[in-house]
Design a protein around this ligand. Structure first.
Ligand code: ADP
Ligand code: MG
Length: 348
């Protein structure tokens, strides 16, 4: 796709600014006071379990849903105040792609072209979109006869029509087979080269392979918003090690448990020569490695191995979600109910 068409010298620093966004359905908070930003050119993963509030947030950003409170700006345009200007900048693939299955791919893309009021050379532009999304060979086919993988790419093609600088994809790989997933992910990666992308998913490996930054949402609250590498670090307080220690295991265990900063000590079934293998977890923010070394030396119990327990992003995600669930319990909500619904919708 043509980079020149995307270059905006006068654009805001942030492509998306979400501030204090609340969406309530009756008494239920689907989105509960969230704020995050997406910089121009960033590829951000919006990650959370089912029901976390991802689609609700995206539907507010794209102007398909009104909010209860808070503001959303797209490239500086408030989505309530200037919905048309905001929407023009967004290519959106909803969770359920709005495909007209009785149309051919070509008819559908032409329809999208007209709907968006595009002013590019139509043939050149649609050729380009089809080539990027690798659907050129099915342009004459009825959408209803396409595989789910092809349909999803047609959905993405529809989002690209008009060459909007911001692409928002809501769970684009749900229901695809592994090969199709790989194809769609590599397409998203390619889009990231010259678009700002917000990719919602409940699958961690998806954001891991594609995104620069991850915003994690759970039960309507943001529980992490970091660079990919930093999310791992964030979850590392309460860090665990496996330690190989020679010595009588009961005494070793008891001694370690008595030390401050040590949260948990378990002997595993594993052995290495005459050493037992333990899992030792520290309290948040405490580095127990030196304590361990001196305490064991004092007792003449050689420490013959020490390794951090490898935490992949998957473990971290589960841990962050669990932790936020615990925090939420018992917290009473006393909040004045604010409402955006009295803000008149302009410019529609
Ligand atoms: P996600 O996309 O992360 O799976 P959603 O944004 O679809 O989550 O939903 C967030 C929460 O809001 C869920 O608990 C869902 O049941 C609820 N919800 C979504 N839409 C509605 C609606 N129209 N009416 C009532 N509750 C809704
Ligand atoms: Mg959803």
């Amino acid at each position: 796709m043509d980079k020149e068409q995307n270059a905006r010298v006068d654009g805001a620093e942030y492509m998306i600014e979400v501030d204090g966004l609340v969406k309530r359905y009756g008494q239920k908070y689907a989105v509960d006071d969230i704020s995050f930003r997406v910089k121009r050119g960033e590829v951000v993963g919006f990650l959370g379990p089912n029901g976390a509030g991802k689609s609700t947030t995206i539907n507010v950003i794209t102007g398909f849903l009104s909010s209860t409170a808070g503001t959303v700006r797209v490239d500086g345009h408030d989505v309530l105040e200037e919905p048309t200007a905001a929407k023009r900048l967004i290519g959106y693939l909803p969770e359920q792609p709005p495909l007209y299955v009785d149309m051919t791919v070509d008819e559908y893309l032409n329809f999208a072209y007209e709907l968006k009021g595009c002013e590019y050379n139509r043939k050149k532009h649609l050729d380009e979109v089809c080539s990027v999304t690798k659907i050129a060979d099915v342009r004459g086919r009825l959408i209803k006869n396409l595989s789910k993988g092809y349909r999803q790419r047609v959905g993405i093609a529809q989002a690209l029509v008009g060459n909007p600088p911001l692409i928002i994809l809501d769970e684009p790989t749900v229901g695809l087979d592994p090969k199709q997933i790989i194809e769609v992910r590599s397409l998203i990666r390619a889009l990231g080269e010259n678009h700002t992308v917000l990719l919602s998913t409940h699958i961690l490996s998806e954001v891991q392979t594609v995104c620069d930054r991850i915003v994690i949402i759970n039960k309507g609250k943001i529980i992490a918003d970091e660079k990919k590498e930093d999310i791992v670090r964030v979850a590392e307080d309460g860090r665990a090690y496996t330690a190989k220690i020679c010595g009588p295991s009961r005494e070793v265990t008891a001694m370690l448990r008595s030390r401050s900063g040590v949260r948990r000590v378990e002997r595993t079934a594993e052995r290495d020569g005459d050493a037992h293998v333990y899992v030792i977890e520290s309290d948040p923010g405490v580095d127990i490695r030196k304590t361990l070394f001196f305490a064991l030396a004092q007792n003449n119990w050689p420490l013959v191995g020490l390794e951090p327990v490898g935490e992949n992003l998957e473990d971290v995600f589960i841990k962050l979600v669990d932790r936020s669930d615990v925090k939420k319990q018992g917290r009473e909500r006393r909040r004045p109910v604010i409402d955006n619904s009295d803000i008149e919708r302009k410019g529609e």
